[in-house]
Design a protein around this ligand. Structure first.
Ligand code: ATP
Length: 222
């Protein structure tokens, strides 16, 4: 069985945080590949200053060059209208054989927002979630994190979800598991990158050098 991780996001822009946590997930779950999938028109982020999709795609290409097992897909950019994860997972399920297990990789902040996503219910029947920890999001007390996620799953998805503490995972008799995965805390966000550019500060420690050069050459986020 091959294992493929789908890592969706706005990537506005991709930053070192994305790369560090994706590498840890790949190793931790023994994934053959992680595919970064930038959203065309992020349904949740339309009010923010979002760089052109082709630029965000190119920055991902530059950032992942040299990493083993990372790829990028423009599937959401080719689709018209807003990008929905359910359509993307259906797409990957259709093009890969049943011999490939597809995982959906998401940060805890985004996961807590899941009930606002299109067909969020169905997502839990399509692919297991790998939910990565993120600084500032329910990290002070592990017990509280489990309580909050249990409440969300039971109230919004199905009362059949239960937590297996030995495996740090929520299981369900019919639906897909939800894995909680602790990654190294990397306090970087794309918002931080954009804000620092706006303030005329250096972003060298936040994004790969090639991404920084691209941002500068296109005058993004000024
Ligand atoms: P913004 O600041 O614009 O909201 P972001 O930094 O959260 O952006 P996204 O492109 O929205 O970046 O993130 C894509 C996915 O990666 C999301 O599921 C998010 O939770 C996760 N993610 C981003 N940065 C980190 C990080 N430092 N640690 C763990 N997960 C992260």
């Amino acid at each position: 069985m091959k294992k493929l991780g789908i890592f969706g996001g706005t990537f506005n822009p991709i930053h070192r945080g994305h790369l560090i946590v994706a590498k840890e997930v790949r190793e931790g779950f023994d994934l053959d590949q992680i595919c970064f999938v930038p959203a065309a028109i992020p349904p949740h982020k339309q009010t923010k200053k979002v760089a052109e999709a082709s630029h965000r795609l190119e920055m991902i290409r530059l950032a992942i060059a040299g990493y083993d097992g990372f790829s990028v897909s423009d599937v959401e950019l080719k689709r018209s209208g807003p990008s929905y994860t359910i359509d993307t997972l259906d797409h990957f399920k259709a093009i890969y054989s049943k011999k490939t297990q597809i995982y959906f990789i998401i940060g805890m902040d985004a996961f807590l927002d899941i009930e606002t996503w299109k067909s969020f219910h169905k997502l839990f029947s399509v692919a297991p979630f790998i939910v990565m920890s993120r600084p500032g999001v329910l990290n002070s007390e592990p017990v509280k994190k489990v309580r909050v996620v249990t409440k969300l799953l039971v109230a919004k998805i199905s009362s059949g979800y239960y937590f297996d503490s030995a495996r740090n995972t929520f299981f369900h008799p019919e639906k897909k598991p939800v894995f909680l995965f602790d990654v190294t805390p990397v306090d970087i966000s794309a918002t931080m990158v954009r804000e620092r550019i706006g303030q005329g500060k250096s972003i060298s420690s936040l994004v790969p050098e090639k991404v920084k050069e691209f941002i500068e050459s296109k005058g993004l986020y000024l």
